[in-house]
Design a protein around this ligand. Structure first.
Ligand code: HEM
Length: 287
């Protein structure tokens, strides 16, 4: 294989083997959490149970990147930013990488006691749910290449890869089942997931204009507050409505609901600006 053929396989090059700045920036951003975790380990910045800390941190990054990878397609349409599609595969594979790291670290934490690992995987429901999510992600990761698209055909490949939503849903259930005290980040990730799903539905049924997107942002923000409220109502006796109201109280904190509302409104404004001032979408005449 020649050097130029090899350069096509580098994560930061495009199909022609040229450096793509958007791919390079994304690659470095996706690598940063792993570098930071290694630095925390080497510099002794973790608690007396460093491996347990890293199991949590790698899990957090796996779910964040997985949810972010779902934002690529909506962003492509809303912002009419086609080049962003170049990084979708890389983000999905990075989510899989952090998930596998998360599981490997958990095995290290259990000192590779395989019998205990197998028993826990099937007896602790939150781990079984995580395992199913991981198996789906592995199937998607293995088929994330041009050869699989050709072999399966676009329709079947797209159907298979729509399972990413199922994997994300199960990962969020796994996260919620494991939360002990503070459910705010789990609620935030759920809120973003609901927001992304709603954008997907809007794009299928209507034009993603400002009003549609802003309304979706509001509804999803309320849904986020309700999800957090429901978690506390089930795990403690705090009423759902009190948590929902606290989510819209700006004096206390920037709550998950407010983050979802803010991000949703920013996307709505972006869509509006692109519609008014951006390039018009190119209509391809059907042969
Ligand atoms: C076989 C599959 C999996 C196993 C064995 C596993 C194992 C674990 C364990 C043991 C914890 C609790 C850590 C602790 O509090 O001490 C945990 C938490 C977590 N896992 Fe997983 N997990 C799996 C799959 C996944 C997947 C697919 C994701 C997301 C893509 C994920 C994301 C998380 C998150 C976000 C947490 C919470 C971290 C925190 O408390 O900050 N896990 N997992």
């Amino acid at each position: 294989m020649t050097v130029s053929a090899l350069s096509q396989w580098l994560p930061w090059t495009d199909r022609a083997g040229r450096t793509s700045w958007i791919k390079l920036a994304t690659f470095l951003a996706l690598l940063a959490p792993a570098v930071w975790m290694a630095a925390e380990w080497r510099l002794g910045l973790l608690s007396p149970k460093p491996v347990t800390d890293l199991v949590r941190e790698s899990g957090d990054w796996a779910i964040r990147i997985l949810v972010l990878s779902l934002a690529v397609t909506p962003l492509r349409y809303v912002a009419r930013f086609n080049r962003v599609i170049l990084v979708r595969r890389m983000m999905g594979l990075a989510a899989l990488f952090y998930t596998l790291l998360h599981i490997a670290l958990w095995c290290v934490d259990l000192r590779f006691a395989w019998l205990r690992i197998a028993t826990e995987l099937f007896l602790r429901l939150f781990l079984t749910v995580g395992l199913v999510a991981t198996l789906i992600m592995i199937a998607l990761g293995v088929t994330s290449n041009d050869w699989s698209i050709r072999e399966l055909g676009a329709v079947r490949w797209n159907k298979l890869h729509a399972w990413v939503y199922g994997a994300t849903f199960l990962s969020l259930v796994h996260y919620f089942m494991e939360v002990r005290l503070d459910a705010s980040e789990a609620a935030l990730m759920c809120g973003y997931f609901v927001l992304l799903m709603s954008f997907r539905e809007i794009r299928k049924r209507a034009t993603p204009g400002f009003v549609n997107l802003a309304l979706a942002a509001l509804v999803c923000a309320v849904a986020t507050g309700l999800i957090e409220g429901l978690y506390y109502a089930l795990s403690t006796s705090v009423p759902v409505l009190r948590v929902l109201m606290a989510n819209f109280d700006v004096s206390y904190r920037v709550s998950p609901a407010l983050w979802v509302l803010g991000v949703g409104l920013c996307v709505a404004v972006l869509a509006h600006l692109r519609e008014r001032f951006g390039p018009k979408p190119v209509r391809v005449a059907r042969a």
